[in-house]
Design a protein around this ligand. Structure first.
Ligand code: CU
Length: 125
């Protein structure tokens, strides 16, 4: 009788331990999934700030499929215009944004049509 209940308790404990291991393994798996999604998000989005009559950074290298977002942090209006008219923003006031997704590899020089000396480029790999 005693031996039977001992076996029974052992089975229960083993089952509980199994559940605990499954739960922790599952938690670990979803954590690493989050890390992977974060890395993907980072490589598919890139930001450029317009400040003090400059595009910062001046050259940005991204993977094909990346969406680049420009934010005008300057207190004067600026535009983002591709040299070969592939993309063109409206006039961006302070804190306004413009986004463009680059799908094909290549070099995309651009400038500000209000201040044509403001030049920069996106390199898509
Ligand atoms: Cu400008």
């Amino acid at each position: 009788m005693k031996r039977t209940s001992l076996i029974f308790i052992t089975i229960i404990l083993t089952a509980l331990l199994g559940v605990a291991i499954l739960v922790s393994a599952d938690g670990h798996a979803s954590n690493s999934h989050q890390v992977v999604s974060n890395q993907t998000a980072t490589s598919q989005a890139s930001t450029i700030t317009i400040d003090n009559f400059s595009f910062v950074p001046t050259t940005v290298t991204v993977a094909a499929g990346t969406t680049v977002t420009w934010t005008n942090s300057d207190d004067v209006p600026h535009t983002i215009v591709s040299d070969n008219k592939i993309f063109k923003s409206k006039v961006l006031d302070t804190d306004e944004k413009f986004s463009y997704m680059f799908t094909k590899p290549g070099t995309y020089p651009y400038f500000c049509s209000v201040h044509p000396k403001m030049t920069a480029k996106i390199v898509v790999q």
